[in-house]
Design a binder for this molecule. Structure first.
Ligand code: SAH
Length: 388
């Protein structure tokens, strides 16, 4: 079939030259009869070939560049990209049997998420170009990894921006029960069918180990989900208090406590904002506090509320920290930059009248690769701070 040509404007061209992989709708001059999911040739105003891209009719991001070469984009092309992404990882290097194998643009496969949980694979298609090739991609994964099953978690809200429906199904093999994962010293259970994201927050895996190295005395893990930070810290701490608002997550956290035989973790079902305030009133103190909230700003328009939220929890945690104590604080909001996040934490410290030493700056795990020229691939920011 003849490839469709999509022509981009001079402004789009300048953007393209920055090395970014997205072209926005405003920068398209001609789309011919391209349809969502098509692979199109991208041309400049004079008709010069720039690359090949996935086209999407609904999204503001109309083109996602696949290659800047005049090469054939077929099953072999996708197979090679998938093989390369997998080769960049490796179980032995990470000490865990769960990993993100493909991180969308970060692995030059825009719109595709592939996570491995032991012998299972979870797939997510975020754009029509991947959606229409899911069968082909599942076949490639079966050949390369022989999983016991492939679960399709197409329930990410980002799909609605692309005009795609939300659904979950088993693509290949069996439906898993709970999958047991090893992550360094700890083990935890994952429900890949209904857990958050594709089952767990794999992006925090390396940070959990880094943070746990500083654990001692009394630890407070706010926004604990199924207790992964708590479990890592519990072997070094005397006691861990894990706050989580969702009862389902607390139930799994309890299972994980039993699995690891960690009697010093106390799960508390509740709102971290309220509990931080209550602990302050009760004049409680902690030697380490972990703040890993959900994205408080899902949209740029909510940024102000989010800033207030981040400042509040950080300020309260700073008051609750014993002298010499450690604060591990994170933000996974795409719309809040690292500089802005650091600024909020700095303002909180000034208000709390506390000095802090920056022990470490953290980012997402290395199996969520960040591309220098696609700043959106970087979203998780963290600081380990020691109260002076
Ligand atoms: N630290 C976890 C991931 C945390 S995700 C890990 O490494 O696996 C954020 C968690 O905060 C979610 O489980 C969500 O249910 C919970 N949450 C959201 N709002 C909350 C609130 N106000 N108080 C307590 N927990 C909350």
């Amino acid at each position: 079939m003849e490839a469709q040509n999509v022509v981009i404007s001079k402004k789009g061209m300048l953007w393209y030259k920055t090395g970014h992989a997205w072209i926005y709708r405003d920068d398209l001059l001609k789309t011919a009869s391209a349809r969502s999911g098509d692979i199109v040739d991208v041309l400049d105003e004079r008709g010069k070939f720039l690359g090949k891209a996935f086209y999407g009719e609904k999204s503001k991001i109309s083109l996602r560049i696949l290659t800047r070469e005049k090469e054939v984009v077929d099953r072999q092309f996708f197979k090679q990209r998938i093989e390369k992404a997998i080769a960049r990882r490796g179980e032995r290097a990470t000490g865990r049997n769960a990993a993100r194998l493909i991180f969308s643009e970060g692995d030059s496969l825009p719109g595709l998420i592939v996570d491995k949980y032991a012998e299972w694979i979870v797939l997510q298609a975020l754009i029509p170009g991947i959606e229409s090739r899911l069968g082909e991609i599942a076949d490639i994964i079966v050949v390369l990894l022989s999983p016991r099953g492939i679960v399709l978690r197409n329930d990410a809200n980002a799909r609605t921006l692309e005009g795609l429906p939300l659904e979950k199904k088993i693509l290949r093999g069996e439906k898993p029960d709970l999958v047991e994962i090893t992550e360094g010293e700890i083990r935890y259970l994952v429900d890949v069918w209904s857990g958050h994201k594709t089952g767990a927050y794999l992006d925090q895996a390396e940070n959990r180990c880094s943070v746990a190295r500083h654990a001692y005395g009394s630890v407070l893990d706010c926004f604990a989900y199924q207790g992964h930070f708590s479990l890592h810290c519990s072997s070094k701490a005397e006691s861990v208090t894990a706050i989580e608002s969702s009862n389902d997550s607390i139930a799994m956290l309890e299972k994980n406590i039993t699995l690891n035989a960690r009697a010093n973790i106390t799960p508390i079902a509740g709102n971290a904002f309220d509990l931080l305030r209550a602990y302050h009133k009760e004049k409680r103190g902690f030697d380490m506090i972990i703040l890993d909230p959900p994205p408080l700003a899902r949209k740029r328009a909510h940024a102000d509320d989010a800033l207030r939220g981040y400042k509040e929890i950080n300020l309260r945690a700073m008051h609750l920290l014993n002298p010499g104590g450690t604060l591990a604080t994170f933000s996974c909001s795409h719309s809040i930059s690292r500089d802005l996040f650091t600024e909020i934490v700095r303002i909180a410290a000034a208000d709390a009248r506390c000095g802090f030493r920056v022990v470490r700056e953290l980012c997402q795990a290395s199996d969520h690769p960040i591309l220098l020229n696609i700043p959106e691939t970087s979203y998780l920011k963290g600081l380990i701070l020691q109260k002076i």
